[in-house]
Design a protein around this ligand. Structure first.
Ligand code: NAP
Length: 438
């Protein structure tokens, strides 16, 4: 019997569990740990609440979770409830699939002003992540700035712009829906330090901005290169640029009728956040793009704002005794191998890039590497205790494990509590989740 521990029950974790199950069949026991009592990581608390079709991928993970040799071990914090050393003693292989749950900082003056949030916090707030559910952003001002030109910036801008009716069918948590309903925001400025050819927003998602009930996207035509130059772009990027061109062509009369404008302030690199107590403005420097890099021109200006959400990427949480690559914000690894018997997958391995599907090959690849290392006799002694050993340790320490069966009860309670038309009303604190399993 092989014993595999996977830390993190998001896409990277469950694709790895699926690959291990396919590889060894009944000859493996896989324990998928999560610090929360609920599974699926980014699918639950990262993917936008109005993108329910993307969340349906969890049905695939559930199939894996329900197989006899895979089990979910929720409400266990590795490095706190159980050490990495203990896990490595118990299991043949430990795979870190912990994602990248922390915001990267801008590293600019004024970042600690009130109403300035990173996207992990802000997205966590509207998605009901227990760590961020109490964030309570102030949406009473007229202006919001979203820093970054990736899909997360797009999610945040869209969520800020939507009407209550546009959230029907979503699982946005009630506290966020209430706050957004009362929001006074009239202008959302997306601040991007480079130009249209460096947009990291994907076409399907960018296209959604053109179909919002009360908001219009605006791009300054002067920021767009000559259209003939688009021919050299890779097709996906070309489609995104085509969307930006169509936003630039929206007539003034259409903007005039919209209650909210989403303005792309391109070639603008943040320099400082200004205000006393609460943020009041962001200072940016005009840039030009040279060889793909943003270069400051020395020209600066300020954008008045009452709320700032930075969507500039994430980093993984370090774990004691696990080598970490500070600059990249991920575990130090060689194609997924960290130390003997210790591996990483997904954002913990690569950094925060790629779609959910990118994690699938990662999971299958790491299982191949585990097979290679086992075959080469590199994983130390056989007959490790695996889950039986963990269960003894958990009982000794009084760790309150949440099982997949418990999760199904929590899930059922969330479905029962849902608003009309919504798939669920998420519990937003750990104690309520744990209570709901009874
Ligand atoms: P991202 O795609 O890497 O975008 C980050 C953005 O932040 C870039 O525009 C980057 O600009 C900007 N940035 C970074 N540092 C900055 C700084 N110091 N000052 C100003 N701007 C800065 O990351 P993301 O949006 O967080 O998304 C993470 C991953 O999840 C991506 O692969 C994304 O596609 C995926 N995702 C997908 C979906 C979806 O498919 N629906 C939804 C959400 C996220 P530069 O390019 O100039 O560095």
């Amino acid at each position: 019997m092989r014993h595999i521990a996977i830390i993190g029950s998001g896409p990277a974790g469950y694709y790895t569990a699926e690959a291990a199950h396919k590889q060894w069949g009944d000859d493996v026991q896989v324990d998928v740990f999560d610090r929360l009592p609920v599974p699926y990581g980014l699918i639950r608390t990262g993917v936008a609440p109005d993108h329910q079709s993307i969340k349906a991928v969890s049905n695939r993970y559930e199939k894996t979770a329900l197989s006899d040799n895979v089990r979910f071990v929720g409400n266990v914090m590795i490095g706190q409830d159980v050490s990495m050393g203990e896990l490595r003693e118990l299991y043949d292989a430990v795979v870190l699939a912990t994602g990248a749950p922390n915001d990267r900082d801008l590293g600019l003056p004024g970042e600690d002003l009130g109403n300035v949030f990173g996207s992990a916090e802000f997205v966590g707030w509207y998605n009901g992540h227990p760590q961020f559910a109490g964030l309570d952003p102030d949406l009473s001002g007229k202006h919001a700035v979203v820093v970054g030109m990736g899909n997360v910036a797009l999610d945040v801008a869209r969520i800020l712009a939507k009407t209550e009716a546009e959230f029907i069918g979503s699982d946005i948590v009630s506290h966020a829906l209430g706050a957004l309903k009362a929001s006074n925001i009239e202008k959302i400025t997306i601040v991007a330090r480079r130009g249209p050819y460096q947009v990291a927003m994907t076409p399907k998602e960018l296209g959604e901005l053109a179909h919002l009930a009360r908001a219009t996207p605006r791009v300054d035509p002067a920021d767009l290169p000559d259209q003939a130059d688009d021919a050299i772009l890779e097709p996906g990027l070309r489609k995104s640029v085509t969307h930006l061109r169509s936003f630039a062509a929206i007539p003034e009369s259409v903007h005039a009728d919209a209650a909210i404008e989403i303005y792309f302030d391109l070639f603008a690199s943040p320099k400082a956040l200004l205000g006393s107590g609460q943020v009041e403005a962001i200072e940016v420097e005009r840039t030009i793009v040279e060889n793909g890099r943003a270069v400051g021109t020395g020209e600066t200006y300020t954008i008045p704002t009452d709320l700032v959400v930075t969507c500039i990427g994430y980093h993984t949480s370090p774990i004691p005794d696990v080598p970490f690559e500070e600059r990249m914000g991920r575990f130090a690894n060689d194609s997924g191998r960290i130390l003997t018997g210790l591996y990483c997958v997904g954002w913990a391995r690569r950094g925060p890039t790629g779609t959910i599907g990118t994690n699938r090959p990662d999971g299958y690849d790491i299982v191949e590497k585990i097979v290679e290392d086992m075959t080469a006799g590199k994983l130390g002694r056989a007959n490790k205790q695996g889950r039986a050993g963990f269960d003894i340790l958990a009982e000794d320490r009084g760790i309150d494990i949440v099982t997949f069966r418990d999760w199904k009860k929590i899930e059922e309670a969330e479905a029962v509590a849902a608003r009309e038309g919504a798939p669920r009303e998420k519990f937003v604190d750990v104690a309520a989740m744990i209570k709901a399993r009874h």
